[in-house]
Design a protein around this ligand. Structure first.
Ligand SMILES: Nc1nc2c(c(=O)[nH]1)N[C@H]1C(S)=C(S)[C@@H](COP(=O)(O)OP(=O)(O)OC[C@H]3O[C@@H](n4cnc5c(=O)[nH]c(N)nc54)[C@H](O)[C@@H]3O)O[C@H]1N2
Ligand SMILES: Nc1nc2c(c(=O)[nH]1)N[C@H]1C(S)=C(S)[C@@H](COP(=O)(O)OP(=O)(O)OC[C@H]3O[C@@H](n4cnc5c(=O)[nH]c(N)nc54)[C@H](O)[C@@H]3O)O[C@H]1N2
Ligand code: SF4
Ligand SMILES: [Mo]
Length: 761
C-alpha cells in the first residue's frame, strides 16, 4: 500500500484574488513542509535557503539581494514548498518497486509519483521485464557504457538537461557528450526561453538579460509582460514593491488579471501582513493572446510620431546613431502599421495604448520583463526583437534602470547554457573546450528537444539520458513523445524523485538517484559546494546542509564522471576521478574555457559570488555588425477560427513544472481540481457553453490532425476574449509536435488552437 493517494477531483471556485503573498502564503508553505518532513528539517532547510553560506533555492532563477541586504527568511512561499518537497522524509525503497509494476506506476498521477518520496538506490528495468529491480552503481555504469558503444554513431545518443543541474555537473555533462562525439544536448530551455535567446541574439548579440536588481528597484517604468510573478517568481514582487516605493511605475500585460500583478502584501513586513499591501500595476493591459507584438509595434509607431511632432525630443538620436543599425528600414516599416489591425490583435483600446505611451514618454528609464506568455507563442522571437526596438528607440539599454529582462525559470537554467549545454554552441566555445582537453568536439549542430523527439520517433536515436528534469512530461504531444521514448534501446534518468520519465521506458531503463541542492555533498577531498547563475548573471556558491536522503546516493558530478570514465575509457585524457574528488578542479577548467570565469574559485567564495560581464552594458554588441540591430517585424494577429479559442497551457500556484503539490490554484480561486479550463463568460455564451459544463479540449492542427484531452470542467473566468487557460502538463497532449515558434523551435504552449466539445459519457 502506498502512503498517499490522489486527491479526489472536487472543484470549488472562489473569486480570483486581487493581491498576492501575505500571511496565508507563509502558512500554506509551512503546512506543505510539515506534511513532507519534520519540524527540525523544515527549520534547517528554511533557515539556509538563499543565505550566503546556505544553499540556493531550487525554485526559480530570481536573484537574491546582495548579502548584507538579505532578510533572515530570504525565500518565498513557493521556494519553501520546492525545497521541502526535496527535503521530504519519505523514501522509495526497492520494496516499492517490487510491489508496483512499471505498468501500474504509469497509471498514477504526476502528484502521486512525486509524493512517494526520494529515490534511494539505482534501479534497472531489463528488456521485457515488468518491474524495476536494484542494480549496483558499477553495473549501472556498465549498462550505460555498453549501450553507448552499441550505437552506430554518437548522434544516436541524446543528453537532456534541465535547469536544476548545477554548473559543475552541467560542464562535465556537455564535456562528456562532446568527447563522446555529439552535440545532442537538448535542454528545458528549448521549451522555455529559447525564443528569448534567439530574439536577443539577433537584436543585441547576447542571449541574456541586461539588468540587475538595482536597475529594477530604480527604474522609472517596468513592463511585466506574459509573466505571472505572484506564483512563478514571488520575490520579484518585493523588488517591484521597491520600484513603486522609489516612485517607479509598473505596466502589466497579460491575458489574465493575475493577482500578483495587481497588489502585493509583503510577507516579511508588518504592512504586508496587516495592511492593504502595495498596488503593483499602475496600468493593466488585458491583452488578447499573442497580441504583444502588435502592442509594441503600436508603441513604437507612437514614439516615431511623437518625434516627428517635436523633433529631437523623443528618440535618443545619439544612441541610435552610435550603437545601432537598421533604424531607417525599421522606421519606414513601423509607420505603416494599421490601427484597426493593432486594436483587433491586442483587444485593447487606442486610449489604453496612448496612456501607456504617455508613461513611456515620461520615463527616463524603462525595463521590459517577460516570460512564457511571450516565448511560447509562434511569433515569440519577433515579439522579443520588437521589444528590443522599443527600448533602443529611447536609449533604454546599458544605462541604470533600463534594459531587457527575460525572467528565467529554473534556478540554474541560465548557468547550464553558460556551461555549454546547448545543441548549437559557438565554434569559439567548441574550440576552447577542445583545446583545453585535447580533442576535437564535433562542430555540426546537435538536436534540440523537439528534434530529439523526432529522431527517437523515426528510429534515428536510441539512447536517452535525462538529467534533473522530466522529459516525458515537459515535452509537447505527449502520446508521440511517449511512443518515441519507448522505442529507445535505453532510457536513463538522473533524478531525485520519481516522475513520468521513469515509467515511460526504453527496452532497458535506469534510475540513477542523486543528491539534491539541500543535501550535504562529501567527496574524498572533503565537503563540496556547487555553483549556479541566476537570471541576472550572478554566479554564487550553494552548499547543502542536510544529511543525504540515502547513503547510496551519488552526486550528479560523481555519476557523470563515472559514466564518462566507463564509456570513454582512455579515448580522451580527461581527469574524471580528480573532478569527482574535488570540484575546485572542475571550476579551474571552467575558468580556462569560458570567458568571464577568471579566478572562478576565489571569486565565487566571496559572499554573494560575482556577476558575469554583460557586453551590452558597455556598449559592445556581439552581433555580426558589432551594433544593436533594429528589425522590421511582420505584423501578426493570432486568431482562432470561428468556434475555436487560443488555449494557453500554464502553471497553477501549487505546482513546480511537471509536478503538482496540491490540486489548488489559490490566487485564481480554483480549488481541489486541475482538469479545468478557464474561459471568458462572453466567449462561453457565444460557444453555447456555460460555467461548470464538462468538455473535451480538442486541438486542431494545420495538417487536419486532432488531439483530445477529455473531461475538463469549464470555469467562467476573466480571460481575455478569444483565449482559454488550462494547466500543464495535463494539456501537453494537445500541443502538436510541429507547432513551434519560428526560428527558436520552442513549442507553442501558449498558442494552441482548440475547440471545446461537450463530453459524451
Ligand atoms: N511556483 C512555480 N514557480 C515556477 C515554476 C513553476 O512551475 N511553479 N516554473 C519555473 C519555470 S521553468 C518558468 S519558465 C517560469 C514560468 O513563469 P511564467 O511565464 O510566469 O509561467 P506560466 O504559468 O507559463 O505563465 C505565463 C503567463 O503568461 C500569460 N500569458 C499567456 N499567454 C499570453 C500572451 O499571449 N500575452 C501575454 N501578455 N500574456 C500571456 C499567462 O496568463 C501567465 O500569466 O516559472 C518558474 N517558476
Ligand atoms: N504545455 C507546456 N509544456 C511546458 C511548459 C508550459 O508552460 N506548457 N513549460 C516548459 C518549461 S518553461 C520548462 S522549463 C519545462 C520543464 O521541464 P523539466 O525541467 O524537465 O521538468 P521538471 O518538472 O522541472 O522536472 C522535475 C524533476 O526533476 C528532478 N529533479 C529535481 N531536482 C533535482 C536535482 O537537484 N537533481 C536532479 N538530478 N534531478 C532533480 C526530479 O526527479 C523531478 O521529478 O517544461 C516545459 N513544458
Ligand atoms: S522567488 Fe524563486 S528563488 Fe526566490 S525563494 Fe521564491 S522560488 Fe526560490
Ligand atoms: Mo522554464
Amino acid at each position: 500500500m502506498s502512503i498517499i493517494e490522489d486527491p479526489i477531483d472536487d472543484l470549488s471556485v472562489t473569486p480570483p484574488k486581487t493581491w498576492a503573498t501575505g500571511l496565508p502564503a507563509v502558512t500554506h508553505a509551512l503546512q506543505y513542509s510539515l506534511e513532507q518532513t519534520s519540524v527540525r528539517r523544515t527549520a534547517l532547510t528554511l533557515l539556509n535557503i538563499n543565505q550566503a553560506k546556505g544553499f540556493d533555492c531550487p525554485g526559480c532563477a530570481w536573484p537574491e539581494p546582495a548579502p548584507g541586504k538579505r532578510h533572515m527568511n530570504e525565500y518565498c512561499e513557493n521556494g519553501a514548498k520546492h525545497v521541502n518537497d526535496e527535503a521530504t522524509s519519505r523514501r522509495i525503497t526497492r520494496d516499492f518497486f517490487k510491489q508496483h509494476s512499471i505498468a501500474e506506476l504509469d497509471t498514477k498521477s504526476d502528484y502521486w509519483l512525486n509524493q512517494q518520496g526520494r529515490l534511494t538506490e539505482p534501479m534497472v528495468k531489463w528488456p521485457g521485464a515488468t518491474h524495476y529491480e536494484p542494480i549496483s552503481w558499477d553495473d549501472a555504469f556498465d549498462v550505460l557504457a555498453k549501450e553507448l558503444h552499441h550505437l552506430a554513431n554518437p548522434d544516436e545518443a541524446m543528453f537532456y538537461v534541465s535547469g536544476r543541474l548545477n554548473n559543475e555537473a552541467a560542464f562535465l555533462l556537455q564535456l562528456f557528450a562532446r568527447a563522446f562525439g555529439t552535440n545532442n544536448l537538448p535542454d528545458c530551455s528549448n521549451m522555455c526561453h529559447e525564443s528569448s535567446g534567439s530574439g536577443l541574439g539577433e537584436s543585441l548579440g547576447i542571449g541574456k538579460g541586461s539588468v540587475n536588481l538595482d536597475d529594477i528597484h530604480n527604474s522609472d517604468l517596468i513592463f511585466v509582460v506574459g509573466q505571472n510573478p505572484g506564483t512563478n517568481h514571488p520575490r520579484m514582487l518585493s523588488a517591484l514593491e521597491e520600484t513603486k516605493l522609489n516612485g517607479g511605475q509598473v505596466v502589466a500585460v497579460n491575458t489574465l488579471p493575475e493577482a500578483g500583478l495587481l497588489r502585493f502584501k509583503h510577507p516579511q513586513k508588518a504592512r504586508g501582513v496587516i495592511g492593504q499591501g502595495t498596488p503593483i500595476a499602475d496600468q493593466f493591459l488585458h491583452i488578447r493572446a499573442g497580441g504583444d507584438l502588435a502592442l509594441f509595434q503600436a508603441l513604437n509607431q507612437l514614439l516615431l510620431e511623437a518625434e516627428d511632432a517635436a523633433p529631437g525630443t523623443v528618440l535618443d538620436r545619439k544612441f541610435i546613431e552610435s550603437d545601432t543599425i537598421g533604424f531607417e528600414e525599421f522606421a519606414e516599416h513601423t509607420r505603416k502599421h494599421n490601427w484597426d489591425d493593432i486594436l483587433e490583435a491586442t483587444g485593447l483600446t487606442r486610449a489604453e495604448i496612448e496612456e501607456v505611451h504617455q508613461r513611456v514618454m515620461n520615463a527616463k528609464s524603462v525595463i521590459v520583463c517577460w516570460a512564457m506568455g511571450i516565448t511560447q507563442q509562434k511569433h515569440g522571437v519577433p515579439s522579443i526583437r520588437e521589444i528590443c526596438n522599443f527600448l533602443m528607440l529611447r536609449g533604454n539599454l546599458g544605462k541604470p534602470g533600463a534594459g531587457v529582462c527575460p525572467v528565467r525559470g529554473h534556478s540554474n537554467v541560465q548557468g547550464d547554457r553558460t556551461m555549454g549545454v546547448w545543441e548549437k554552441m559557438s565554434q569559439a566555445f567548441l574550440d576552447s573546450l577542445g583545446k583545453e582537453f585535447g580533442f576535437t568536439p564535433p562542430s555540426h549542430h546537435g538536436l534540440d528537444a523537439v528534434d530529439s523527439i523526432r529522431a527517437m520517433r523515426d528510429g534515428k536515436a536510441h539512447f536517452f539520458l535525462g538529467v534533473a528534469g522530466n522529459f516525458a512530461r515537459a515535452t509537447p504531444d505527449s502520446d508521440v513523445t511517449e511512443a518515441a521514448l519507448r522505442k529507445c534501446r535505453l532510457t536513463a534518468q538522473i533524478s531525485t524523485k520519481l516522475n513520468r520519465s521513469h515509467t515511460v521506458c526504453g527496452d532497458t531503463a535506469l534510475i540513477l538517484p542523486t543528491l539534491g541542492r539541500s543535501d550535504r555533498d562529501i567527496q574524498e577531498s572533503g565537503e563540496q559546494f556547487i555553483t549556479v547563475e541566476d537570471s541576472m548573471s550572478e554566479v554564487h556558491a550553494s552548499r547543502g546542509r542536510l544529511h543525504p536522503a540515502s547513503p547510496h546516493l551519488l552526486s550528479e558530478v560523481a555519476i557523470i564522471s563515472r559514466m564518462a570514465r566507463r564509456a570513454l575509457g582512455d579515448k580522451v585524457d580527461i581527469p574524471w576521478e580528480e573532478f569527482e574528488r574535488n570540484y575546485d578542479t572542475i571550476r579551474d577548467r571552467i575558468a580556462r574555457v569560458i570567458p568571464g570565469f577568471d579566478d572562478f574559485n576565489a571569486r565565487v567564495k566571496q559572499p554573494g559570488g560575482f556577476v558575469l560581464p554583460n557586453p551590452v552594458n558597455s556598449g559592445v554588441y556581439p552581433t555580426p555588425s558589432g551594433k544593436a540591430v533594429f528589425t522590421a517585424n511582420d505584423f501578426v494577429k493570432l486568431e482562432a477560427p470561428k468556434g475555436h479559442l487560443v488555449l494557453q497551457t500554464l502553471r497553477s500556484h501549487d505546482q513546480w513544472n511537471t509536478i503538482w503539490y496540491a490540486p489548488n490554484d489559490r490566487y485564481r480561486g480554483i480549488h481541489n481540481a486541475r482538469r479545468v479550463v478557464m474561459v471568458n463568460p462572453d466567449d462561453l455564451a457565444e460557444l453555447g457553453l456555460k460555467d461548470r459544463d464538462t468538455v473535451d479540449l480538442v486541438s486542431v492542427w494545420t495538417d487536419g490532425s486532432e488531439r483530445r484531452a477529455e473531461g475538463f470542467t469549464v470555469v467562467a473566468y476573466p480571460a481575455s476574449r478569444g483565449s482559454a487557460a488550462a494547466y500543464y502538463p495535463e494539456t501537453n497532449v494537445l500541443v502538436p509536435l510541429d507547432s513551434v515558434a519560428d526560428i527558436s523551435n520552442c513549442p507553442t504552449s501558449k498558442g494552441v488552437i482548440v475547440r471545446l466539445e461537450p463530453t459524451t459519457e
